[in-house]
Ligand binder design. Structure first.
Ligand code: OXD
Length: 308
């Protein structure tokens, strides 16, 4: 029995020691040195090459190293086993910090005030009113709900959209295809935290951007492909969208010649809104290995049909 660790990046060293220390009874093998494929019972993955897990005939579960599992379920040849994901308070807190900071930064017109400072221009601006500003959260999972709770402290009106109906305190809820445009119509800020699925790919597009109020701000910390880049750039250039704050992109790293880099009303950050560190993730991964070995259901299981 062995556990495969398969990370497309170069970070095996940062994970493997904490995994081995926390579970000396388990044997970990690092891709591509997995030995006999029949030995592999579990695969811990981050952006594995599609089709490569099929060879592990005794696989019992696939465990994502992150909260998002689009990198797992996009594999059309994925073995028919349970998939588990991470729900990490630290990742959630980081995502919320990022969302709160950037909503407040744009809400308080800091880019404009910073430009005034650069020009040594003293020009009073009436502070805006949070109570008449709606922050719309696109995606009401753990992270979306945490962002909503934290932004409500500033007296923003909070709206939220989810695939299915959710009745949440302090959030004006909208759901399903029919609820999307009414939700967008009231959202002065759109904070995207949806998972990437075939249904959500390209959800921020010409049509949905046009449904936002004039001067709305867009923040995407979900996944890059939620956004149709050309549509967002056109909406920024027309002035309909006042700003875009983007931490995730259709291609990462964002290519050096991408127009986002130099757009005066786009903020680009390198997919670092939140992160999961081994000390938080390793116990959850190992709990799932142990659950599967004991025949118990996984913690934070993924619904493979839903895609998250
Ligand atoms: C994740 C991420 O999915 O960091 O955890 O993007």
């Amino acid at each position: 029995m062995a556990v495969l660790f398969y990370h497309r990046g170069d970070t095996a060293s940062m994970w493997i020691e904490p995994l081995r220390n926390a579970a000396p009874e388990l044997e970990f093998r690092i891709w591509p040195d997995f030995g006999d494929p029949d030995d592999i019972d579990f695969a811990i993955v981050w952006h594995h090459e599609p089709g490569t897990l099929r060879q592990f005939k005794n696989l019992k579960a696939i465990l994502s190293l992150g909260a998002g599992v689009d990198h797992v379920v996009r594999d059309a040849d994925l073995p028919e086993v349970s998939v588990g994901r991470i729900v990490d308070d630290r990742l959630t807190a980081g995502m919320s910090e990022y969302a709160v900071m950037n909503v407040l930064w744009q809400f308080r017109e800091m880019p404009l005030l910073a430009a005034q400072q650069s020009a040594r221009r003293w020009q009073y601006r009436e502070p805006p009113d949070a109570q008449s500003t709606t922050v719309g959260i696109l995606g009401l999972g753990t992270i979306g709900r945490d962002i909503a709770r934290k932004l409500a402290v500033f007296d923003f009106r909070i709206a939220g959209w989810s695939r299915t109906a959710k009745d949440l305190d302090g959030i004006a809820g909208y759901h399903g295809v029919d609820g999307l445009h009414p939700f967008l119509n009231v959202s002065n800020f759109l904070v995207c935290v949806l998972p990437l699925t075939p249904e959500t790919r390209g959800i921020v597009n010409r049509d949905t951007l046009a449904a936002l109020p004039q001067g709305a701000h867009v923040i995407n910390i979900g996944r890059g492909p939620l956004v149709v880049d050309d549509d967002l750039l056109a909406a920024l250039d027309s002035g309909h969208i006042a700003s875009a704050t983007l931490d995730v992109f259709n291609r990462e790293p964002l290519p050096a010649d991408h127009p986002y880099w130099s757009h005066p009303r786009v903020v680009v950050t390198p997919h670092n809104a939140g992160d999961s560190l081994p000390e938080f993730v390793v116990p959850q991964i190992l709990a799932n290995v142990r659950a599967a070995l004991a025949g118990r259901p996984l913690l934070n299981p993924v619904d493979r049909n839903r895609g998250y």
